[in-house]
Design a protein around this ligand. Structure first.
Ligand code: S3P
Length: 436
């Protein structure tokens, strides 16, 4: 157990949140498949994305990393090699699901595995449609879970309606579609993050988008062009800083170069509905992704209903939203978010557990939670369940709690936001500097 000693002044100053996790994964994957030298700036050197780098190194890709700059000298798909040892995906669901789509079409045999959390997360959602494409995948529990073994083969194009609203499954099928014999179309029930579509276009692969149907055609020997991109700041990491500033009186924070792709900005819509004081400026496109600066100033908040098609646009931000809701007047009801139960941990249970320890009035439902605010938060002994976003929610709660908060593990935060505590301390100490 460690004590969170963060309860100082308000959050003030400027912060550059680290690169986007989803974009960083996809950049390494596509650059490693491409022919030529790719440059990726502001890469997220978090544990999940580093696993994606190691996976491609194990297949012979030349990847150099200096801090957040990554250079990948791609020799094209045909030069990737069969790895001699099993590929390890760590805690990373994105690496697992997207790599299954790629490995299904590469002409060699791989075995893949993950850490105990990832080994419990459902893989059937991607294995089932990949098998419809002809993929040869074997494993325990009817191929529902890692570890899995994949014998790459020629795939068939299919049209597939996604039963779950998942960008990971969509992306896996679009990647597999590159190795198919005809067009692959994925139909989504609600829009999910579209970084794969954007980045495929940047490598020269046409992607057709017709309403909620997304199609790719087979590469048929065509080489992918290398990438030259600067990864936007991760709005999912920014969400915790925004939350801290929104709930701590006296705060004013300026977040620079945050990714504002509309498939990811549900958190900003919710903050605005809650009455947060937010200003967005300097919006511009970079490498097909919208980027901008966000300024937030503390203000009173009110509870809101969150449900339906907005859920995939804020699925990773629900831990932050739950904390916001404890400080909002009235009730916040989150529905249609049962996917939270199969994230790095059961996030509905983990959020309710931690916030209840801290004195919040929160109740789990099958597909979300109900939070009555506003409640003063107190100290207590909490568990992160080794989930980076639960740990960051608890850390942010500690800046307003009236007592000492203890937490079992914060090392997991390095999965998505390695500099989290130093950024937060900097913002907290800026205000104490002002007062001297
Ligand atoms: C991600 C998609 C989402 C998200 C995850 C990253 C991606 O997962 O929760 O953190 O990069 O495609 P699902 O596709 O399971 O919703």
């Amino acid at each position: 157990m460690e004590k969170l000693a963060l309860n100082e002044g308000p959050l003030q100053g400027v912060v550059n949140v680290p690169g986007d996790k989803s974009v960083s994964h996809r950049a390494v994957m596509l650059a490693s498949l491409a022919q030529g030298k790719s440059r990726i700036g502001n890469f997220l050197a978090g544990e999940d994305c580093l696993h994606t780098i190691e996976v491609f190194r194990a297949m012979g890709a030349t990847i150099e990393r200096t801090g957040t700059d990554v250079i990948i000298s791609g020799n094209g798909i045909d030069r990737l090699l069969e790895p001699t040892t099993p590929l390890y995906f760590g805690n990373s669901g994105t690496t697992a699901r997207l790599m299954l789509g790629i490995l299904a079409g590469l002409p060699f045999f791989t075995t893949v595995y993950g850490d105990p959390s990832l080994s419990k997360r459902p893989m059937e959602r991607v294995v089932t449609p990949l098998k419809k494409m002809g993929a040869l995948i074997d494993g325990r529990q009817e191929t529902g879970f890692l570890p899995l073994a994949i014998r790459g083969t020629k795939l068939r194009g299919i049209t597939y309606e996604l039963p779950v609203k998942s960008a990971q499954v969509k992306s896996a099928l679009l990647f597999a579609g590159l190795f198919a014999d005809s067009k692959t179309t994925v139909i989504e029930k609600a829009a999910t993050r579209n970084h794969t579509e954007n980045m495929l276009q940047a490598t020269g692969v046409p992607v057709e988008v017709n309403g909620n149907a997304i199609s790719v055609s087979p590469l048929n020997g065509q080489a992918l062009s290398p990438l030259d991109i600067h990864v936007p700041g991760d709005i999912s990491s920014a969400a915790f800083i925004l939350t801290g500033a929104a709930i701590k009186p006296g705060s004013n924070v300026f977040l620079k170069n945050v990714g504002l792709n509309p498939t990811r900005t549900g958190i900003l819509d919710v903050l605005q509905q809650m009455g947060a004081d937010i200003k967005i400026s300097n919006e511009h496109l970079s490498g097909g992704e919208l980027i901008g600066d966000i300024e937030i100033t503390h203000s009173d908040l009110k509870g809101v209903d969150i449900e339906g098609d907005i859920i995939p646009r804020l699925i990773d931000e629900i831990p932050a939203i739950a904390l916001l809701a404890t400080q909002a007047d009235g009730t916040t009801h989150i529905r249609d978010a049962a996917e939270l139960r199969v994230k790095e941990t059961d996030r509905i249970a983990a959020i309710v557990d931690a916030l209840t320890v801290l004195g919040a009035d929160v109740e789990a439902t099958d597909d979300g939670m109900i939070i009555h605010g506003k409640t003063e938060l107190k100290g207590g002994k909490t568990k992160s369940y080794k989930d980076h976003r639960i740990a960051m929610m608890i850390a942010m709660a500690s800046i307003i709690a009236k007592g000492e908060i203890w937490i079992d593990d914060t090392a997991c935060i390095a999965i998505s936001y390695p500099g989290f505590f130093s950024d937060l301390q900097k913002l907290l100490s800026n205000s104490s500097k002002d007062s001297h």
